[in-house]
Structures are given as C-alpha cells and as structure tokens.
Write a protein that binds this ligand. Structure first.
Ligand code: AMP
Ligand code: ZN
Length: 451
C-alpha cells in the first residue's frame, strides 16, 4: 500500500538542463534542497519578479506536501551588494546597508502578502564573502580562473560543458561580448566572466587577489553551497537568468566541486506587458506594493497562477478582476457550506504534473466537487487560506472605517431604528454606502462585508 501511495505522489518537473520532463528524484528524501535566485534589494519588486517567487513557492509547498514540512530546505538569497546598490547609496549619501535593509523588509512583506511562505533560509551576499573568496581561490588554484588587473575572471575555455544549459556555444559567444563589456581588454576570451572586481566607492573586502567585491554569479554558487550543499536537488529562477547567470553558476560550481551544481533546473517564463517582458529597463513595471493597496494578496496570487509557469503570462487588470470574482465565489461557497475535512487525495492530481496550476484550478472550479479536497488543493497553491468571514470583510481601505467602527455603527443603527430615529438611521446607511459596505440582515442579526 505504501509503495502505491508513493507512486501516486510522483512529481514530474521539466528540467531545463535536460530539456525534458522528468520524474523528480531527490538525492535524500529526508532533506530535499531547492535554491532560488532572489532579488537585488535596492528597489520595489514588480509583479514579474513576484511571478518567479510565487512559482518557487508553489514548488516549495508541493515538495513539503510530498516529503514533509521538515524535509525540504529552501534557500532564496538576497543580493545586497551590487553596482546599482552602491550607486543608489552614493547618491543618497548613506551606507549600502540602509538601502538594502529597507528593501529587504519591503520584499519580504510584499511576498508574505502574496502568501509566499518564508524560505528556510535567506542568505545575504555580504555575509558570505568568505565563502566566495574560498571558491575563487579554488578556481584559481585548479586553473579555471585567472587574475588580471585587480580582477579575477573565469576562463570559459577550461569548462567543456559551458553553454549546455542555455544552448550557447563558445563560438557564438566570441562574436559578441555581452558579458561585462568594458572588461574585454583584461580577458583571455570575450566570454570569460568576472568573479572578483576592485573596490568601488569604499565598498570592498580584503582578499588574496586584492581588496574588492564579488561578481554577481559567484554569490549564488557560494550561498547555494553554504546553505544547501555542493549539489542541490532543484535550482529555480526566471528564464532570463539561464544565461549568463545560471550558466556561470554551473561553470563555477562544477569546476570548483567536481560535481553538478543542481540536478534539476526549473525556469519560469516571463510575465509580459503586451508583447514585452515586464522589466525595469523598459519602464513598464507594475509594483507588487502598489497592487496590494487595491487588491488582496490572494487575488494577485491567483492572477499570477493563471498561466502555466512555462508559458508567458500577459498581465492585465482584467486578470485581477476575474481572480477576485473567482475567489469571491469560492469563499461564498465556503461560507454557506460546511467544509468537511477530508484526507488529501493525490491520485493523478495535476499539480504533481510539472506544477499544472491551471488544471488544478479547473478541478476546484467545479462547485459540485467543491469539497475538502478542493480546499486542500487550493491551500497547496497558497489560496483560500482565510476564513470566509475575514475574506468578505477585506482589509479595509486606508482612512476608511475600521472593523470595530463598523460593528459600533451597526449596533447604533439597530438602536436608532428601534427608537424610530429615521434621520440617523439614514445617515448611517449613507456612510455604509459611501464606504461600499454591504449589510446582510439575517435571523442571527446583521452581518457585513466590504463590497
Ligand atoms: P531580478 O531582480 O531582475 O534579478 O529578478 C528576480 C527574479 O525575477 C528572477 O528570477 C528573474 O528571472 C525574475 N523576473 C524578472 N522579470 C521577470 C518577468 N517579467 N517575468 C517573470 N520573471 C521575471
Ligand atoms: Zn543566482
């Protein structure tokens, strides 16, 4: 019987490195490891960044469901040293930590509002400089990296599998150096990438190869190793990170450790505005923080799950409206029906088929089947986590009535109606109308919700 259940719980994932869907087999089911490239903390996260985080969170939840909450270790790093952070700190005349601490908190709060579970660890690059220096030393010693004019570069010609993940060949890369322009003169090959660079505006650490700061890619190799091990089960991130970032992580880690960095690579597709990827550089971003002013985090989360993670998702206000209506419907159903707790049935559930969130949502969209199973499925997607009463009350808008004030007004309304004070009763009715608060008079008294 156990055997059978284990087979049913089989998870398949599309492994970008192998370019095929594979059955996921962790190295150690008691300690399943996943790493996700986190944000550079110098500005607000946009909804495209949130898509990457929500996809990783669904995977984290699914793995916890299969292997047990205590058997999955998820590390998502914080890049808290970077040229853009240094520039922002210089402009404001503050230490970089002032900027990075502020935006780290905002990032964590925004994602928590989207029901993303906190990762098991959130390593900061600045706290792993020692590990990065150790990796670079190994790479130099073993002939994979070389020093040049205060910099250290990785020599891509020394790693035969360079380009395997992204499909780039060294020949193609030679034609155009898109990796670290300006450093060309110091490199042996145009595609070599930087592991260490000199101090900038007083930001630097002492190292055998000169006082300086790490390149971006080496940060993830060092943090993944320190938090999870030399080989991890799953590495995730957006498709834009495949090259050069993940390609370079693989090269560094494989060469330093003599073993694969990750067994499965899971990449989410873009969230687009029309035809374009949402990105800071295109100036077409929508901030999670701003959306949360207007929409409940679960609405935003459902909108983000409305495309399979390997398909592009075209962002729109309609997506949010549709998601809000759907959640209202589900919560209304839960409010009106007793939800019997049942064991989670996993038989052929679409979520275990390469995280098919679309099919998973369809399954519980059918109200005839809206049982405990549907609620558990929704919870696995990080949805329907609230009490229906709480859902309909909403969070309340800034400057609007608090829940307690509304309750007081409802009590007062009952009193003035009993006293036939229609003028005051009408006033209260108008206040509720203005605040879009809907009252429902029932046999057990008056309940309310935000419309
Ligand atoms: P960044 O801060 O640009 O390094 O991005 C953080 C995460 O968000 C990475 O995993 C990116 O691949 C991902 N990401 C950035 N833009 C988008 C987008 N428009 N759609 C989906 N994922 C994105
Ligand atoms: Zn990374």
């Amino acid at each position: 019987m156990w055997q059978e259940i284990e087979i049913m719980m089989e998870l398949t994932l599309y492994n970008s490195l192998k370019r095929e869907k594979q059955v996921f087999k962790p190295m150690n089911p008691k300690r399943v490891t996943m790493y996700n490239c986190g944000p550079t903390v110098y500005s607000y996260a946009h909804i495209g960044n949130a898509r990457a985080a929500v996809v990783a969170d669904v995977l984290f939840r699914v793995l916890r469901h299969i292997y047990g909450e205590d058997h999955v270790v998820y590390a998502r790093n914080l890049t808290d040293v970077d040229d853009k952070i240094i520039a922002a700190a210089k402009e404001l005349g503050v230490p970089i930590s002032e900027i990075t601490e502020k935006y780290t908190k905002i990032y964590q709060d925004d994602l928590a509002a989207l029901n993303c579970l906190p990762p098991t660890s959130e390593p900061k690059a600045t706290e792993h400089i020692g590990g990065m220096i150790a990796l670079i030393k190994t790479l130099i010693k073993d002939g994979y990296a070389y020093e040049s004019d205060g910099h250290v570069f990785f020599d891509v010609s020394k790693y035969d599998d360079y380009g395997k993940l992204s499909g780039n060949t060294l020949d193609a890369l030679k034609k155009g150096d898109r990796v670290g322009e300006g450093e060309v003169a110091r490199k042996k090959n145009p595609a070599d990438f930087v592991l260490w660079k000199p101090e900038l505006d007083g930001v630097g650490w002492d190292a055998p190869f000169g006082r300086g700061r790490p390149g971006w890619h080496i940060e993830c190799s060092a943090m993944a190793k320190s938090e999870l091990g030399e080989t991890i089960d799953i590495h995730c991130g957006g498709v834009d990170l495949k090259f050069p970032h993940h390609e370079n992580e693989i090269a560094q880690s494989n060469c330093a450790h003599g073993k694969p960095m990750a067994n499965y690579w899971v990449h989410n597709e873009f969230l687009n505005m029309g035809k374009d990827k949402m990105s800071k550089s295109l100036g077409n971003i929508v901030l999670v923080h701003d959306l949360l002013e207007e929409w409940d985090g679960e609405v935003i989360r459902l909108a983000l799950l409305k495309a399979h993670y390997r398909s592009e998702l075209i962002w729109s206000e309609d997506l949010l409206k549709e998601s809000k209506a759907q959640l209202d419907g589900w919560y209304r159903y839960l409010k009106e029906h007793d939800n019997k707790e049942t064991d989670f049935l996993v038989f052929n559930h679409p979520i275990f088929d390469d995280l098919n969130t679309i099919e998973a949502i369809v399954v519980f969209n059918d109200f005839d089947d809206f049982s405990g199973v549907a609620v558990q499925t929704a919870n696995l997607l990080g949805l329907l986590t609230k009490d229906p009463e709480e859902w309909f009350r909403g969070q309340g808008k800034e400057g609007g009535l608090t829940d307690a004030e509304i309750d007081d007004l409802i009590t007062e309304r009952a009193e003035v109606r009993a006293q036939k004070n229609w003028a005051r009763a009408d006033e209260i009715r108008d206040v509720f109308a203005e605040e879009n608060i809907i009252l429902e008079d029932g046999k057990d008294g008056t309940t309310w919700r935000r419309g």
